[in-house]
Design a protein around this ligand. Structure first.
Ligand code: NOJ
Ligand code: NOJ
Length: 676
C-alpha cells in the first residue's frame, strides 16, 4: 500500500514544483538572489504532510482526489493566513488622514483613495462606489469584532460622506439630488471637473448600504438616537436619490456603458429595502422606499436571459457586448442574505439563476486568457470584468476572481445551514461540471450527491483564491489586474477594492455570514406589469456628524434588532401624485415642475423638480415624476424647460395650472398635462 501510493505522491509534487518556477512566485531581492515566494514555499511545506497521508493508505483513485483537495486547501489556508494581515494593513493605508500611503497628502479623515497610484493609471481620487464597498466590508468586520480603531474609521467615513454630499459637481448639486450621482472626487473632496462617465447611480445606494450597516450596529448596541441624528441624514439623501433616479440611465460600475446596469439596479433594491427597515426602527418616513422597491425588483428580473441562462449585465445600452460580466457576480455577493435562502428574484448566490450565471460568466473567460489555457472545465480560472474588455488590453482582475470564489462560499453556507441542495434544470449544467452524476431534485445532507457537491464546490471555490494567490505580488500586494498572458500583477497598485474583495471572500470562506438586509421579506414581485414611477424628494445637507465619546458595544443592554421591512399604507399624510407632461424636447433639455406648495418648491425655480424622460419615446414625448404632496392641498403649478449650457428658463405658456390633491389615499394619482 505504501509503495503503491508513491507514484501518485510524486505526481502531486510535479505541479507544486513546476509552479514554483513561475516567475511570479519568485522574488528578486536587492542582492539579486531569487527567493521563492510564500506561495511557492507553502507548496513545498506541504510535502511532508502529504507523505504521511499517503502512507496511511487510501484506495488509489479516491486518495488521489483527496490529496489534491487537501493540497489545495492547505495551500489556500496558508496564503489566506499570511495575506489577511497584509490586506488589512494595506487597505487601511489608503484611508485618510493617517493611512500609511496617504498621510500628509491632504486626504481628510474617512476618505478612501482608490489606489495611491498617481499615474498610469491615475487613481488618486476617491470613488463613491469603491469607498462604499470598502466601508461595508469594514462595518461587517467591525460588527463581528469591535475595535476602537475601526470604530474611528467608521465615524470618519460618516463625516466625510456627510460633507461630500454637499459638494456641487458636474453631475449637479444637492438641491434636486443629482450631484449625488457623481462617481469620483478629488482626494481632498473637491469636485473633479474633467470629462468622465457620469452620472453613476450605484454610488448613492452603495453608500447607503455601508452607512446602514454601521447605523444598525448603533441601534443593536443601544445607540439608536445617535444612529437617527448622526447617520440617518446622510443615508436618507442617498435613499431619496435611489427612489428618484433609479429608472434613469447612467454609467455602469465600470464607467463605460451608459444604460441600465444590473449592479446598479440590484444595489438600489437592496438599499431601499434595508433603508426602509432601518427607517422604520428610527421612526422615519419610509413609504417612498417601500413603494418604489418592489418595482425596482420587478425591473431587475428583465436582465435575465432565460434562453442562455445568464444575466445580461447592461441593457438599454452596451448591446455590442454579450452581457456576460463580473457585474453580476458582484450582485450575487453584495446582495447575499441567508434569510432569502436560494431565492432567484433577489439573485441569491445559491439560486439556480445565479449559479447558471456563475458558470456562464466564468466560462466566458476560459478560452480568452493565455493563463487559463489547459485548465480543466471543472477547475477555477482567472476572471476579468467581461470578455470584450480592452482596458489595459483586457485582463483578469483580482476582485472579480475573488467574487467568483465568494459567491460559491456563500452558496455553501446556505446549503449547509438548510441541510440540502436543490438542483433545477437551470442550474444543472453548473452542477454537472462539478459532479457528473448530479441530477435535478433536492439532495439532502448525507446523500452521496450532496456530499460530492459540497466537496467539489469547496475545492472549486478555493481554486479561485489559489489563482489570485499565484498572481499576487510576492509581498502580498494586490493591484487591480494581472496580465492575461504572463500573469504579472499590473495596473493600479494597491487597489483598495482588491484588498476588500480578498477580505470579504475569505470571511465567507471562514464561515462569517454578513448581516441580512430584509431580502427574505422582499422576494415577491408585484402582480402585473412593472411600473416605473420615480418619486421626488427634497434633499438637505446633513449636519456635520458628532459622535458622543461614550459609544461602545453594549452586549448586555436591551438590544433592538433591525429585522422587519415595513409594509402597508394607511391614512397617509401625503398623497403620491404623478405628473405626466407631454413635451417634445431635444437632447440636453430638461422639463421641470414648480408650484406654490413646499413639495413643488414654493415657486422657487432653484427648487423646481426635474421630470424624468425614462418613458420618453419618439411617438410619446412623456416626461414624468411622482411627488408626495400633503393630502387635500390646493396646488398651483407650472412646467418650464431648461437647456444645458443655456442660462435662464423657458416657461410653458398659459395660466398657472391648478390641481386639488384628494384626501388621504394610498393610490398613486395621475395628472396628465401637455406642454402649452
Ligand atoms: C477608467 C475607468 O475607471 C475604467 O473602468 C475604464 O475601463 C477606463 N477608464 C476606460 O474607459
Ligand atoms: C475602474 C473600475 O472600472 C471602477 O469600477 C472603479 O471604481 C475605478 N477603477 C476605481 O477603482
Amino acid at each position: 500500500m505504501a509503495f503503491l501510493a508513491i507514484p501518485s505522491l510524486i505526481q502531486d509534487l510535479i505541479p507544486a514544483a513546476s509552479e514554483s518556477i513561475n516567475p511570479w512566485n519568485w522574488n528578486l531581492n536587492a542582492t539579486g538572489l531569487f527567493f521563492p515566494t510564500m506561495h511557492a514555499l507553502s507548496k513545498f511545506a506541504l510535502l511532508g504532510a502529504c507523505a504521511v497521508q499517503s502512507v496511511m493508505g487510501l484506495p488509489d483513485q479516491v486518495s488521489r482526489e483527496r490529496r489534491e483537495a487537501n493540497l489545495l486547501k492547505r495551500s489556500v489556508d496558508d496564503w489566506v493566513n499570511r495575506e489577511t494581515p497584509i490586506a488589512w494593513q494595506r487597505l487601511l493605508c489608503n484611508i485618510g488622514p493617517n493611512g500609511c500611503a496617504v498621510a500628509n497628502q491632504g486626504v481628510p479623515a474617512g476618505v478612501v483613495v482608490a489606489s495611491p497610484s498617481r499615474a498610469n493609471p491615475d487613481y488618486w481620487y476617491t470613488w463613491t462606489r469603491d469607498a462604499a464597498l470598502v466601508f461595508k466590508g469594514i462595518a461587517d468586520a467591525f460588527a463581528r469584532n469591535y475595535t476602537t480603531d475601526l470604530h474611528t474609521q467608521l465615524k470618519n467615513y460618516v463625516g466625510s460622506q456627510a460633507k461630500l454630499q454637499g459638494v456641487g459637481n458636474p453631475s449637479g448639486g444637492l438641491s434636486d439630488g443629482q450631484g449625488l450621482g457623481e462617481a469620483k472626487f478629488m482626494v481632498d473632496l473637491k469636485e473633479f471637473s474633467g470629462a468622465w462617465g457620469r452620472p453613476q447611480r450605484d454610488g448613492p445606494p452603495l453608500r447607503a448600504i455601508a452607512l446602514i450597516r454601521y447605523a444598525k450596529w448603533l441601534v443593536e448596541n443601544g445607540h439608536k438616537a445617535t444612529a437617527a441624528s448622526q447617520v440617518w441624514p446622510t443615508i436618507e439623501n442617498d435613499l431619496k436619490y435611489s427612489a428618484q433616479y433609479w429608472n434613469q440611465t447612467g454609467f455602469d460600475l465600470w464607467e463605460e456603458v451608459s444604460g441600465s446596469a444590473f449592479f446598479t439596479i440590484a444595489s438600489t433594491h437592496r438599499a431601499l429595502i434595508e433603508g426602509a427597515q432601518l427607517g422604520a426602527v428610527l421612526g422615519k418616513p419610509t413609504r417612498v422606499y417601500t413603494t418604489v422597491a418592489p418595482q425596482v425588483l420587478c425591473f431587475q428580473q428583465s436582465f435575465w436571459n432565460a434562453r442562455e441562462g445568464f444575466i445580461v449585465s447592461n441593457i438599454n445600452g452596451g448591446e455590442y457586448r454579450r452581457g456576460l460580466d463580473a457585474n453580476s457576480l458582484l450582485v450575487a455577493i453584495h446582495n447575499f442574505d441567508p434569510s432569502a435562502g436560494c431565492d432567484a428574484n433577489t439573485f441569491q448566490p445559491c439560486s439556480d439563476k445565479a449559479l447558471s450565471n456563475h458558470k456562464a460568466v466564468v466560462d466566458s473567460f476560459r478560452s480568452i486568457y493565455n493563463i487559463n489555457r489547459g485548465i480543466a472545465q471543472n477547475k477555477a480560472v482567472a476572471v476579468g470584468r467581461y470578455s470584450e474588455d480592452v482596458y489595459y488590453n483586457g485582463n483578469p482582475w483580482f476582485l472579480s476572481t475573488f467574487a467568483a470564489a465568494e459567491q460559491l462560499y456563500d452558496a455553501l453556507l446556505v446549503w449547509k445551514s438548510q441541510g440540502s441542495i436543490t438542483i433545477t434544470q437551470t442550474s444543472l449544467p453548473f452542477f454537472r461540471d462539478q459532479v457528473a452524476g448530479a441530477t435535478v431534485g433536492t439532495h439532502a445532507a448525507g446523500s452521496t450527491i450532496y456530499n460530492q457537491i459540497i466537496s467539489a464546490i469547496t475545492a472549486y471555490a478555493d481554486g479561485f483564491i489559489e489563482i489570485n494567490s499565484r498572481y499576487a505580488h510576492s509581498n502580498g500586494a494586490l493591484p487591480e489586474q494581472f496580465d492575461r498572458n504572463s500573469g504579472a500583477p499590473i495596473a493600479a497598485p494597491d487597489l483598495t477594492w482588491s484588498y476588500s474583495a480578498f477580505l470579504t471572500a475569505t470571511a465567507r470562506r471562514d464561515g462569517y455570514i454578513p448581516s441580512g438586509w430584509g431580502a427574505g421579506q422582499a422576494t415577491s414581485l408585484p402582480s402585473g406589469q412593472c411600473q416605473k414611477f420615480e418619486i421626488a424628494s427634497s434633499y438637505s445637507l446633513p449636519p456635520t456628524p458628532s459622535f458622543p465619546s461614550s459609544i461602545s458595544p453594549a452586549p448586555n443592554a436591551p438590544v433592538e434588532q433591525v429585522t422587519k421591512v415595513p409594509t402597508g399604507c394607511t391614512n397617509p399624510e401625503k398623497v403620491f401624485v404623478t405628473f405626466n407632461q407631454r413635451a417634445s424636447t431635444q437632447v440636453g433639455q430638461v422639463i421641470k415642475i414648480v408650484g406654490n406648495v413646499p413639495e413643488l418648491g414654493s415657486w422657487d425655480v432653484n427648487k423646481a423638480i426635474p421630470l424624468s424622460a425614462a418613458g420618453y419615446t419618439g411617438s410619446d414625448p412623456l416626461w414624468a415624476i411622482t411627488v408626495p404632496i400633503q393630502a387635500g392641498s390646493n396646488v398651483q403649478y407650472k412646467y418650464f424647460r431648461i437647456t444645458n449650457g443655456v442660462a435662464g428658463v423657458t416657461w410653458e405658456g398659459g395660466n398657472n395650472r391648478s390641481y386639488t390633491v384628494p384626501a388621504a389615499t394610498c393610490n398613486i394619482q395621475q395628472k396628465n398635462d401637455n406642454w402649452q
